[in-house]
Design a binder for this molecule. Structure first.
Ligand SMILES: Cc1ncc(C[n+]2csc(CCOP(=O)(O)OP(=O)(O)O)c2C)c(N)n1
Ligand SMILES: [Mg+2]
Length: 392
């Protein structure tokens, strides 16, 4: 966004669609793969990130495409399970697969992720079984998995709150001395994920202040999917998120979030910086929420289908597929096999979801505090007595 565009966008809001093309990330956006799956010539902005693709060989690129396809399948299954009454809610990541797989694959095992509620692709890359996500939205695991098993924190529904958790954890990493030791298995970075709407929260801004003044090893990853439920970008900010970093005194980068190679390279660069003790980075992944906000939402009430069509042509999975097919890195047989694997995965998680046992009532009282608490104990006893009052 040029200064002229910023000036124009600071005119009083008319609630009309913005004049500029919101689907164009502009010249500041790092992109390696065009929407049609061809490689883009490096620019002054993207060239510094090219070296982060040096060790991405054919096998790694096949791995990326496999992740994109499997994650999309998990998401479709989550949506279907909700529609069939098996889940209470499902927030779809449709359209954001590359932003998430790029970021997730750039993380090392010791790096810690603080997600919102839509980060199924990051969860996948960190090794969190999709069944755990389904259990949460089925309401049978009380939002729970062991965060430390995969260094993937619990989903956070309170918008922007996880940015503070992430910075706090990153400050702890600093105190533990796990930054800038030069040991690639020890040096640790944190990634905190939020959406475009999250940038309007106080928590987000407070997190950026703490990260900045403490030089914390954290990467803020804003998936700008252009909507915060029914509120478009122009109702969230007048200056795009990546430029916000400037005011906090650390770098901000806009990346094409529908380009898995670019998302990967930019995130790797930011994580390397953080682990080396050089401080935070804010990445804005420019992407699009192709589905509804959640299964409780109907986007036809507030956005025009022509906008969705424009973004369909920028589809992140098709883009990588086209690129690898053209380069001869995958062929139709390989794709068929991965789609069969995706179907098998979907069958597995569907079965797991449908057969998850309901938890005992007492369980919801067990993890409120780490230690026993008299008030919680009293409430648990009252609830048990209430339940015991039912015949069946
Ligand atoms: C503190 C807080 N305020 C309001 C809400 C209700 N809410 C749920 S999702 C959402 C929009 C978030 O938009 P964005 O950050 O762009 O993330 P996206 O859903 O697009 O991924 C809001 C306002 C909430 N969960 N938490
Ligand atoms: Mg959003």
């Amino acid at each position: 966004m040029s200064d002229e565009e910023v000036a124009r966008s600071t005119a009083p809001s008319t609630h009309e669609p913005p004049e500029r093309d919101i689907t164009d990330g502009g010249p500041d956006m790092v992109q390696f793969l065009a929407a049609d799956g061809t490689r883009v010539e490096p620019t002054e902005v993207s060239a510094p990130y090219l070296s982060f693709l040096d060790d991405v060989d054919d096998e790694a690129m096949r791995g990326m495409l496999r992740d994109l396809i499997l994650v999309r399948r998990v998401d479709a299954e989550g949506f279907a399970l909700q529609r069939q009454g098996e889940l209470g809610l499902w927030p779809s990541l449709l359209g954001q697969e590359a932003a998430q797989v790029g970021a997730g694959r750039a993380m090392r095992p010791q790096d810690y992720a603080f997600p919102g509620y839509r980060e199924h692709g990051v969860a996948w890359c960190k090794g969190v079984p999709p069944e755990n996500l389904l259990g949460m939205f089925r309401g049978v695991n009380h939002g729970g998995w062991d965060s430390n098993e995969n260094n993937f924190h619990l989903y956070t529904i309170v918008i922007g709150n996880q940015m503070l958790h992430g910075v706090g954890y990153a400050m702890g990493v600093q105190l533990d001395g796990d930054v800038a030791t030069g040991d690639p298995e020890r040096d640790t970075a944190v990634m905190a994920f939020t959406g475009d709407g999250g940038t309007a929260q106080g928590d987000f801004n407070e997190a950026l202040v703490f990260a900045s003044v403490s030089n914390a090893p954290v990467v803020f990853y804003v998936q700008n999917n252009h909507w915060a439920i029914s509120e478009p970008n122009e109702r969230q900010f007048r200056v795009p998120p990546y430029r916000r970093a400037d005011g906090f005194g650390f770098p901000g980068v806009r990346v094409d979030g529908n380009d898995v190679l670019a998302s990967y390279a930019v995130t790797r660069a930011a994580l390397d910086r953080a682990r080396a003790g050089e401080g935070p980075t804010l990445i804005e992944a420019f992407t699009y929420r192709m589905g509804a906000h959640t299964t409780s939402d109907d986007p036809t009430k507030y956005r025009i289908s022509a906008e969705v069509d424009v973004w369909k042509a920028k589809d992140p999975v098709d883009r990588m597929k086209k690129y690898l097919l053209t380069e001869g890195i995958v062929d139709e047989d390989w794709l068929t096999a991965v789609h069969e694997e995706a179907d098998e995965l979907a069958r597995r998680i569907r079965h797991a979801c449908q057969t998850m046992p309901d938890p005992g009532h007492e369980e919801m009282f067990q993890h409120v505090y780490a230690d026993a608490h008299p008030l919680v104990e009293r409430e648990a006893a009252e609830f048990a007595a209430y339940q015991a009052g039912f015949e069946d």
